[in-house]
Design a protein around this ligand. Structure first.
Ligand code: URP
Ligand code: ZN
Ligand code: ZN
Length: 465
């Protein structure tokens, strides 16, 4: 017995068609107007949109830092993802210097075992370069970890230098893998922090000054220089500023291959949030992440970049720390506030409400940015990120013409606030299917035990238009 979704608009990155869709087991079996078979369950969707399940290729669940751990683990994180219409996440294996990549991977296999409600994959962090890392990179690709991340910031822990980036990129080219880069110049950040604090500028709002747009721009240009030399694509995560996007666009025109991700917060929030005081003057700490929030002009430039097809994906960089801990650390100075904000549950409805409903992008473009492009870039396509016969039945049904408000009270993320408190939502996440199994019904999460699977990923296959 299959399930037929009737009376819906099927939305892909290319087109929208009025059609029915039949699910058989975990897959989409047929799409058309007479697909029913005897005994099928029929669900009448009454003109709703069906999108491919979201893919959030940038989360940090169960991330352990020296003094603090994220409040969401893989259980609450993937449950929130599903509730928000994201059916696959790709998280970052956090690897320490001197640690074997395979050992770090084992730790993450343990963290995820039996815990994930969504499907999931891993990127591997490279925080140093040596012969062992080089040969382990090869092993990772064999295990379906076809993408890596290098940080140009976080000095003394994760930060790599230009020579290390160059070596890793050469290896990536040999393997057909992809490396994501956190572009902020870590040396500059340390200098800025010391300088600001020595002048008594320790309030939350100085977080942005310590990691200004120039700090990101400088790292982006260094990366462009290396990508040009090695002649191989790079992926820039969480791009935050107009200045950096302009540098990317210019380099692209000169033939450098760069893929770019931005996040809902760089589109919808701005640095005025750092001035929020709350009860104790520290509410701005809720919004501390890296790179920091920028100006409204930057928000607009990124939306413009999206419209022009210069931004490839929108991911959350979900990295949740409780406000109570952020605020406690903010009492020392801004540089001690744990970096990161939550949003995995709200990405799809935010982009629907503020991108599609505000007529900045079409629903097809939303699908491209939140599902199809990440699937192609991270080797999941066409199993994921697409509605076609043979693809996984990972489906999201959004109800249009709806008004609600995002709030901590109606969130299931395991964290004591949402940075989107009070934001209007115009798209209800009505139903979500993961490989044919309904996990959200009438807007309510109905999953029982976690059934998410690890996805061994292929190599990237994506052409920018
Ligand atoms: O502030 C952030 N972005 N925290 C998560 C780690 C990272 O750099 O992506
Ligand atoms: Zn980063
Ligand atoms: Zn991140």
């Amino acid at each position: 017995m299959g399930t037929v979704l009737k009376g819906c608009y099927i939305v892909t990155s290319e087109k929208t068609v009025r059609s029915d869709l039949r699910i058989d087991g975990e897959k989409i079996e047929s799409i058309g107007l007479s697909v029913e078979k005897d005994g099928d369950e029929i669900i009448d969707l009454k003109g709703s949109y069906i999108l491919p399940g979201g893919i959030d290729a940038h989360t940090h669940f169960d991330l352990e830092l020296p003094n603090i751990k994220t409040s969401d683990d893989f259980k609450s994180g993937t449950k929130s993802a599903i509730a928000g219409g994201t059916t696959t996440i790709i998280d970052f294996v956090n690897c320490h210097r001197g640690e074997k990549l395979s050992d770090a991977l084992e730790t993450y296999k343990e963290k995820t075992k039996g815990k994930c409600y969504s499907d999931y994959g891993f990127h591997m962090t490279l925080c140093e370069w040596n012969k062992e890392v080089e040969s382990e990179m090869e092993e990772m690709v064999k295990q379906g970890i076809t993408s890596f991340k290098m940080y140009m910031a976080y000095k003394d822990t994760l930060q790599v230098n230009e020579e290390e980036i160059e070596q890793a990129l050469k290896k990536s080219k040999e393997l057909g893998a992809l490396i994501s880069f956190h572009c902020e110049n870590g040396d500059e950040i340390i200098k800025n922090i010391n300088d600001l604090i020595s002048k008594g500028k320790s309030a939350v709002k100085y977080h942005e000054a310590s990691r200004s747009s120039e700090v990101e721009y400088e790292a982006v240009n260094t990366l462009i220089k290396i990508a040009r030399k090695i002649n191989y694509p790079v992926f820039i995560v969480h791009l935050s500023s107009k200045m950096s996007l302009d540098a990317v666009i210019k380099a692209r025109r000169e033939g450098v291959k760069i893929f770019v991700e931005t996040c809902p917060h760089y589109l919808l929030l701005n640095k005025d949030f750092y001035e929020l005081k709350g009860d104790d003057g520290l509410e701005g700490s809720k919004y501390v992440m890296s790179p920091p929030l920028r100006s409204r002009e930057d928000n607009n430039a990124l939306w413009e970049g999206i419209k022009l097809g210069e931004i490839d994906t929108i991911a959350t960089d979900h990295c949740s720390f409780n406000y109570k801990d952020k605020r406690e650390n903010a009492k020392i100075d801004f540089s001690k506030i744990p970096n990161g904000i939550p949003s995995v549950q709200h990405r799809m409805e935010l982009i629907f409400s503020y991108g599609v409903k505000d007529k900045i992008i079409s629903l097809n473009e939303m699908v491209k940015l939140t599902s199809t492009n990440p699937a192609k870039i991270f080797g999941l396509y066409p199993k994921k990120g697409e509605i076609k016969v043979g693809s996984d039945a990972d489906l999201l049904i959004i109800e249009d013409g709806y008004k609600d408000t995002i709030s901590f009270e109606n969130s299931i993320q395991e964290v004591d606030y949402t940075p989107y408190e009070g934001f209007e939502s115009n798209g209800k996440i009505k139903r979500v299917f993961l490989r044919g199994k309904e996990l959200v019904k009438d807007g309510e999460f109905i999953g029982k035990e976690p059934t998410g699977q690890y996805i061994s990923r292929n190599k990237w296959s994506y052409e920018r238009r």
